[in-house]
Design a protein. Structure first.
Length: 341
């Protein structure tokens, strides 16, 4: 029987908190045309300007959440890989990062050298976006083409609406929901609005009305990050038994002057405090592993902002990380991944 390897793929992290390593990472990340979708000359100019001050600022942020073993995202992703390995009996299980190491190229070449012919390629992003899902798949295809690897991919599709993912999310969060709190905020990673317009196959649906995401279906829903986030949130709330007023959604990590999808997490934290919310729970369902966006942006800066605005306590709920339900769900989802060239 032919072995089917499993390659789990996450975003990545700097090799260390040294400014030089952070600069190298940010350059690779921001020069990706799926992340900063500008023509190369403009992208190069903009990124070069960002790299003047941003690496030092980001290095400080990374240092505040860095673990003795390394980057939390990489460490947790490796732990997930190790946890999945005993259940994936079809073949070897490896980890790759879109940016930094271990790279997609390194991992695919390693598998090919082992004689593997078939790989289930699993981007660990519940919701679809060009800047996460598409760029990872594109890089894998580039490596296979340019390295002339005899590999066939089965690709895990976005799983924002899959029962296994939603049930695992509820299982991982449920113990925190038993604590006394005033509100639950589901903070998803944000995207520039232009990214949504670009992936709208009709060219006439995205952000044309205030309820466009609620009406998204078919091909529009399949490529709309915001609509998928809202569907994930609503399905989670229903499974968790939350009433409408007990939870809300926002989008974090806004960068630059471009219009990003709303509501912004920064603004929403202040609104919740102004509405009298004192004890706030925050979860980040766009991430399956804790990282700088959860630990530092929400757990540190978000907490400070919420308290400064009049709140009393902000508790960050951990991502699913290596929760047993998530490990089992991921294996099930990967076994259903359709084959692609």
């Amino acid at each position: 029987m032919t072995e089917q390897a499993l390659l789990l793929v996450n975003l990545g992290s700097p090799a260390s908190t040294e400014v030089a390593d952070v600069r190298r990472y940010l350059n690779q990340f921001l020069m990706d045309p799926y992340v900063v979708d500008l023509p190369w000359p403009l992208r190069r100019l903009l990124v070069s300007m960002i790299l003047i001050k941003r690496p030092e600022q980001s290095a400080h942020a990374y240092a505040s959440i860095w673990w003795p073993e390394g980057s939390p995202l990489v460490v947790l992703s490796q732990r997930l890989t190790d946890a999945v390995r005993p259940y994936w009996t079809e073949g070897p299980v490896e980890l790759a990062m879109r940016y930094g190491e271990p790279s997609i190229e390194q991992s695919l070449v390693k598998l090919a050298k082992q004689g593997i012919k078939q790989v289930t390629f699993a981007p660990l992003y519940p919701q679809f976006a060009d800047s996460t899902t598409t760029t990872a798949i594109t890089e894998a295809r580039r490596v296979i083409r340019e390295k002339r690897l005899d590999l066939t991919l089965s690709i895990l599709q976005p799983f924002y609406d899959q029962p296994e993912y939603l049930d695992a999310l509820v299982d991982s969060v449920r113990p925190h929901l038993t604590q006394a709190s005033d509100h639950l905020l589901l903070s998803f990673h944000g995207l520039p609005e232009r990214h949504l317009h670009k992936t709208d196959p009709t060219g006439s649906h995205c952000l044309k009305t205030t309820d466009c995401c609620q009406r998204a279906e078919g091909a529009v829903l399949a490529s709309c990050y915001r609509a998928q986030c809202l569907q994930s949130a609503a399905a989670f709330a229903e499974r968790a038994g939350l009433a409408a007023g007990q939870w809300s959604v926002s989008f974090q990590s806004r960068l630059g002057r471009a219009k990003w999808i709303e509501p912004y997490t920064e603004a929403h934290l202040e609104e919740l405090a102004a509405q009298g919310v004192k004890k706030l729970l925050v979860m980040c369902p766009a991430f399956v592993a804790d990282c700088i966006e959860t630990l530092e942006e929400i757990g540190d800066r978000g907490r400070e902002q919420f308290i400064a605005a009049g709140g009393e306590e902000l508790q960050l709920i951990p991502c699913m990380n290596t929760h047993d339900s998530w490990v089992q769900a991921l294996v099930t989802l990967c076994r259903r991944a359709p084959q692609a060239l």
